[in-house]
Design a protein around this ligand. Structure first.
Ligand SMILES: [Fe+2]
Length: 170
């Protein structure tokens, strides 16, 4: 792991914890958010071959962009390390494409990942997350989809599924 990645991870842990506390998570949920933040990018710097070995591609987007499976690959590593908490495991796999809106831990980590100060974007979403976790999560997913579309990049089917699911909840 590069020093830059490590710094990103530590900022995600710190912010996920802040978001969790601001949204009245209990101690167990705060600890789960910190653990998931710590592990979310554990597979991020692996080679494409290793990534696809841990998390075989399930569609063309993943075959063309092996990095897109780094969430699922990270979950595989966490499972091997003995993590059994479903909220933490989903937060790790889902930090790339999105998590279920029932998983508060997963939403906190997803938001922390895309809004941590080192990214220099999405400050408004970071602020919103301190008062409304779900609204901030919606906006974070929305901003990811818009960003990908604006760059002409393909949006992963799972991201689209999450996007449609949480937009229908408003
Ligand atoms: Fe990541």
């Amino acid at each position: 792991m590069t020093p830059e990645r490590f710094d990103h991870i530590m900022r995600v842990v710190e912010l996920a914890k802040e978001i969790a506390i601001a949204n009245s998570f209990d101690n167990d949920e705060v600890a789960a958010a910190c653990l998931a933040g710590m592990l979310h990018d554990v597979a991020r710097d692996l080679t494409p071959e290793k990534l696809l070995e841990l998390a075989p591609a399930q569609n063309d987007v993943e075959r063309m962009h092996p990095l897109s499976v780094h969430g699922r690959a990270g979950r595989k590593i966490a499972e091997r390390w003995g993590i059994e908490d479903g909220r933490v495991l989903e937060a790790i796999s889902g930090h790339v494409f999105g998590v279920s809106p029932e998983n508060r831990v997963g939403m906190a980590v997803y938001i922390a990942d895309v809004t941590e100060p080192g990214r220099q974007v999405n400050h408004d979403i970071r602020e919103l997350a301190m008062t409304s976790l779900f609204r901030a999560y919606q906006r974070a997913v929305d901003s990811k989809v818009r960003y990908l579309r604006s760059k002409g990049k393909s949006v992963h089917p799972e991201t689209l599924r999450v996007y449609e699911a949480i937009c229908n909840l408003t």
